[in-house]
Design a protein around this ligand. Structure first.
Ligand SMILES: [Zn+2]
Ligand SMILES: [Zn+2]
Length: 446
C-alpha cells in the first residue's frame, strides 16, 4: 500500500506540475490558483534561487544554469522529443509483454495499432515542413489568407528573415524562420506547429490521448481480473468486496462466525489491490501513468480543438487577449474598411513577391470589413489620417464582442482548412454580394 500511495503521489505531482507549467500562462487561467502556482514556480522560485546564489557564489551557479535553461528553452534541440520517445517506448516495453498473454485477438490488434500510431504522427509532425516562409514560398503564403487589418496588416516585414509577413504567419525565435499560420513552437516535436503540419500535430495528440486512456483502462482491467481470479470475493468497482472470516489462527476461528463473510473494510480492499499491483508492477505503473496523464493529453487536445472552433491560433489568441486589455482601457478604435486599394503597400508587395496582397487571397471567402487601431492616448485617430486604412468615423471598441474574427468560418470549415491543404471553400453558386456578407463568427470573449 505504501508503494501504491507513493507511486500515485509522484505521478499525480508530475501531471499537475506539467499542467501548470504548460497552461498556467493562458489568459483563461488569469486570477485563478493555476496562474498563481504558475508565477510561483516560474517567477518566485527562480527569483529566490537567484537571490540565494548571489549571496553564496556571487551568481556563478545561476548564470551557468541560465545558460543551460536558455539552451533548453530557446534553442532547437531534440531533448524533449527524445524524452517523449523514451517515455513511449519504455511504457510500451514495460506494459505490453506482461499484458499480451491475457489479451484477446481483437485487443492484440487494437494494441498494436494504438501503440504504432503515435510514432507515425510524431514522425510526420516533427519532420514535415510546418510551412516555412521563404522567398520561393512567399507568394503561396500570401495567397492563403487575407489581411484582417487587426492582427495582421499588409506591408509588415520580418526584419530577421527580411521578408514580408504573410497574414497569420509569425517568426519562430527557436527555429529562426517565419512560419505560415504559426500556432506555436512545440518542444515535444522539436518543430513549429504551422499550416503545414497542424493536422499531424492534432492527430498526434488524439492518438496519444487514446493510447494513454486505453492503455490505462485495459491495464487496470487486467490487474483487476488477476486479483479476482485469486480472491473471487474482491471487486475493484463498485467497492462491494467481501471477505471470509474465522480462518485458522485468527480471532474468530472456532466461533460461530467462522466461515461466514462480511463486507471488506477499505484497508483490506486496498491490500488486495496492492497484491495485484505488486505482482504486475510494470503493468500497474504504466497503467497508472496512462490514467493520470490522460486528462492532460485530452486537455491539450480540447484546448487545440477550442482554437479550431474559434478559428484562431495560439499566437492569435495571445494577441487578442492583449487587444482585450487595450479595449478595456479605451485605447482601441475601429472604422469601416474601404476596399480601395492602397497603392503604396500593393506596389511594395508586388515588387517583393510578385503578388498583390489585396487581390490574391481569392481562396478565402470573406474580407476584412473593419480596421482596428490602438492609440497612444485614448483619443481617436484624425479622420483624415492618410496613413491609416479605412473610411469614415472612428468608433471606440470596448470589448472583443464588437470585433469580428476574419479567420473563423465555423468549426467544420476551420477543421477542413487545417486538414486539407489549400482547401477551396465552396462558395460557388453564391452571388458575390452574399459571399461577402456571410455572417461571421466573433472572437470569443475571454
Ligand atoms: Zn521571420
Ligand atoms: Zn519553431
Amino acid at each position: 500500500m505504501g508503494i501504491l500511495a507513493k507511486m500515485a503521489g509522484v505521478v499525480l505531482a508530475i501531471s499537475l506540475m506539467t499542467f501548470i507549467i504548460f497552461f498556467g500562462r493562458l489568459p483563461i487561467f488569469r486570477r485563478t490558483p493555476i496562474a498563481w502556482l504558475y508565477s510561483f514556480f516560474v517567477v518566485h522560485i527562480p527569483n529566490g534561487v537567484l537571490a540565494l546564489d548571489r549571496r553564496l557564489t556571487g551568481g556563478k551557479f545561476t548564470s551557468s544554469l541560465q545558460r543551460f535553461g536558455s539552451f533548453m528553452m530557446n534553442d532547437k534541440h531534440p531533448t524533449i522529443l527524445i524524452f517523449f520517445l523514451v517515455l513511449l517506448v519504455g511504457s510500451e516495453y514495460m506494459a505490453v509483454p506482461s499484458a499480451w498473454p491475457y489479451l484477446s485477438g481483437v485487443k492484440r490488434i487494437a494494441v498494436v495499432v494504438m501503440c504504432t500510431l503515435p510514432y507515425v504522427f510524431l514522425y510526420l509532425a516533427a519532420y514535415s515542413d510546418p510551412g516555412t516562409v521563404a522567398l520561393g514560398s512567399l507568394k503561396h503564403h500570401l495567397s492563403l489568407y487575407p489581411y484582417d487589418y487587426a492582427l495582421f496588416h499588409p506591408g509588415a516585414r520580418c526584419y530577421t528573415c527580411n521578408l514580408l509577413k504573410p497574414p497569420r504567419s509569425k517568426h519562430c525565435p527557436v527555429c529562426k524562420r517565419c512560419v505560415g499560420r504559426l500556432d506555436h513552437h512545440c518542444i515535444f516535436i522539436n518543430n513549429c506547429v504551422g499550416v503545414g503540419n497542424h493536422h499531424w500535430f492534432l492527430l498526434l495528440l488524439l492518438s496519444t490521448a487514446i493510447l494513454a486512456s486505453y492503455g490505462g483502462w485495459t491495464g487496470m482491467g487486467l490487474i483487476r481480473d488477476r486479483v479476482v481470479e485469486r480472491f473471487p470475493t474482491w471487486s475493484l468497482w463498485p467497492w462491494r468486496a467481501y471477505e471470509v472470516v474465522g480462518g485458522a489462527g485468527t480471532a474468530l476461528a472456532n466461533t460461530p462466525l467462522a466461515g461466514t463473510s462480511r463486507k471488506m473494510s477499505f484497508d483490506t480492499w486496498l491490500i488486495y489491490l496492492s497484491w495485484g499491483f505488486k505482482n504486475f508492477i510494470h503493468l500497474a505503473s504504466v497503467s497508472l501513468l496512462g490514467l493520470l496523464i490522460s486528462p492532460l493529453v485530452w486537455g491539450l487536445l480540447a484546448y487545440n480543438l477550442w482554437n479550431v472552433w474559434t478559428g484562431q491560433t495560439t499566437n492569435e489568441s495571445l494577441k487578442w487577449s492583449d487587444w482585450k486589455c487595450d479595449m478595456e482601457d479605451g485605447f482601441v478604435y475601429k472604422r469601416r474598411m474601404s476596399h480601395e486599394r492602397r497603392p503604396v503597400v500593393v506596389a511594395a508587395t508586388r515588387e517583393a513577391s510578385g503578388t498583390d496582397p489585396l487581390t490574391s487571397s481569392t481562396r478565402w471567402p470573406v474580407e476584412a470589413e473593419h480596421v482596428l487601431v490602438r492609440t497612444e492616448d485614448g483619443n481617436p485617430p484624425a479622420p483624415n489620417n492618410k496613413d491609416l486604412p479605412g473610411v469614415g468615423e472612428w468608433e471606440r471598441v470596448w470589448t472583443l464582442r464588437d470585433v469580428e474574427n476574419l479567420y473563423d468560418l465555423g468549426f467544420w470549415n476551420n477543421l477542413k482548412e487545417i486538414f486539407i491543404p489549400n482547401y477551396q471553400f465552396n462558395t460557388r453558386g453564391l452571388p458575390a454580394a452574399e459571399r461577402r456578407g456571410r455572417p461571421r463568427k466573433r472572437v470569443p470573449r475571454k
